[in-house]
Ligand binder design. Structure first.
Ligand SMILES: NC(=O)c1ccc[n+]([C@@H]2O[C@H](COP(=O)([O-])OP(=O)(O)OC[C@H]3O[C@@H](n4cnc5c(N)ncnc54)[C@H](O)[C@@H]3O)[C@@H](O)[C@H]2O)c1
Length: 465
């Protein structure tokens, strides 16, 4: 089996950055180079001030500080890193297509194809190519075809090694992975490639947790894992709507069903809806694949998970509007939290974007506070929707640096990310400086009913009447 001494990772994003940092930390004898065509992002990874890394994850800056310049490098010299490495991870983005066939559903593989063509062009010796990005089942075949037909007659072994980290807990997830999945061919060189990648992970994970499968199972497992996780969120969220009508309490339901060992207690927290770059994109992709094989009932079943998620977000926004006497024009509404979950600065598909957009349609005056998300990002997220002009977005929505000050003369607060700090705010002072009746709409079930009501708030908690 070939011993890996140099790894290259194409794509320095939320997956490439943390994953490679952890490999560099756990495998000090392996040189790890993370490359990206986005120079700005690479500059940020190389910044002297570790608080300015492009990605916020607890524990990440410490690892980058420890390994950068020793065996962890961030660079825009893509060709050089490909040429040097024995193993190349492809960790580029695979967003939902926004044009042409499969628009709105299929994964856009143009970045993957560019990587494959680049590897083919540059490689002068045998390489192991690892799909780290989440890809439609059978993409490895496409990559193999490109490499074999455009390459310099060197041998490529393709592996699928999907990433299961969750943002916000990425470092812990990587260091203590429940499992690592490695899909590859059953040929002797395919087996050697799988073993070589397994040896990298065996630096810190027990061998029993490193599962080897065929390539197609590995690719499809990732889509299915995300579909199951998202389905659990949508399942509990649909029940939260029913609770609000019936005086049942969603927390009591989650507890009652979670004690059933067949169901289990995790991922049963009702909320304003799931976000993140993966769940929606991967389910849409699953739906697209199922439909392309004529499996319409399968596609319809999974599509419902997304429909339920959209419903949860719009239901939340509608409730704010109707509670504020059906008119929020000119009313000051504070949004606490813009990231799609706590402990990350990632906002992709965040529920906050959809809720803010719905409130802006009603001409509310919004102030957003998020401890980690930049003003620039917030406006970029809204402008991307194209619902109104960028000027109008900036006129109606402001970004606050101070969460307490923002609440002066506000009509309502909506909590859309479960940042811990929101729990510790001085809610009494906030109440005193808001207009009355003062409303709090808790989309993350973060605060205590009795406390909020005794202060005097009109407090709405998702999943409770
Ligand atoms: N974010 C997550 O939590 C997560 C978890 C598991 C799997 N994934 C999957 O991992 C993949 C990457 O996700 P991400 O969140 O890291 O994306 P990202 O957008 O944060 O990062 C992707 C990076 O790839 C770079 N890139 C694109 N084309 C390139 C090219 N040809 N050469 C060099 N660099 C190129 C982009 O500039 C970008 O910096 C996706 O397929 C995603 O579905 C993501």
């Amino acid at each position: 089996m070939k011993k890996i001494t140099k790894i290259c990772c194409i794509g320095a994003g939320y997956v490439g950055g943390p994953t490679m940092s952890v490999i560099a930390k756990q495998c000090p004898e392996i040189k790890v180079t993370v490359v990206d065509i986005n120079k700005n992002r690479i500059d940020q990874w190389n910044t002297a001030n570790l608080d300015e890394l492009p990605i916020y994850e607890p524990g990440l800056k410490e690892i980058v500080g420890e390994r950068r310049g020793k065996n962890l490098f961030f660079s825009t010299e893509v060709d050089k890193a490909i040429d040097e490495a024995e193993m190349i991870f492809i960790s580029v983005n695979t967003p939902t297509k926004i044009y042409g066939k499969g628009k709105g559903q299929a994964a856009d593989l143009k970045f993957i194809e560019l990587c494959a063509r680049n590897i083919a062009k540059v490689a002068k010796d045998d390489k192991i190519v690892v799909e780290k990005s989440t890809l439609p089942v059978r993409t490895a075949q496409t990559i193999q075809n490109i490499l074999d037909n455009t390459g310099n007659s060197v041998k490529f072994d393709i592996l699928s090694n999907p990433e299961f980290l969750a943002e916000g807990t990425a470092i812990d997830d990587l260091l203590n992975a429940d499992r690592v999945l490695i899909g590859g061919n059953d040929t002797p060189s395919g087996q050697a490639a799988k073993d070589a990648l397994s040896a990298v992970y065996e630096h810190w994970l027990p061998k029993e947790r490193i599962l080897q499968t065929n390539v197609w199972s590995s690719e499809l497992s990732k889509l299915v894992a995300n579909a199951f996780l998202a389905q659990r969120v949508s399942s509990i969220n649909t029940i939260s709507a029913l609770c609000e009508k019936t005086d049942a309490n969603i927390q009591e339901i989650s507890r009652a069903i979670g004690f059933d060992s067949r169901i289990g207690p995790k991922f049963l927290n009702a909320s304003v809806g799931f976000g993140g770059s993966c769940f929606q994109k991967d389910i849409l992709n699953l739906v697209y694949i199922a439909r392309s094989y004529g499996l319409n009932e399968v596609a319809d079943y999974w599509e419902q998970v997304i429909i339920a998620n959209d419903y949860q977000k719009s239901r939340f926004a509608d409730n704010i509007i109707s509670s504020l006497y059906n008119t929020i024009s000119g009313k000051k509404i504070i949004i606490y939290g813009w990231a799609f979950k706590k402990d990350t600065n990632d906002t992709r598909e965040s529920a906050a974007i959809a809720v803010a957009d719905a409130l802006l349609e009603e001409q509310a005056e919004i102030i957003v506070y998020d401890p980690k998300v930049s003003e620039e990002r917030i406006y970029a997220d809204l402008d991307y929707l194209n619902t109104r002009s960028p000027e109008e977005n900036r006129r109606l929505l402001k970004v606050a640096k101070n969460p307490m000050e923002a609440t002066q003369n506000a009509h309502a607060i909506a909590i859309l990310t479960e940042w811990d700090e929101f729990k510790n705010y001085d809610w009494k002072t906030i109440y005193n400086q808001m207009l009355k009746p003062a409303f709090v709409f808790d989309g993350r079930r973060l605060l205590d009913n009795d406390t909020m009501e005794s202060i005097g708030f009109n407090y709405y908690k998702i999943g409770q009447s």
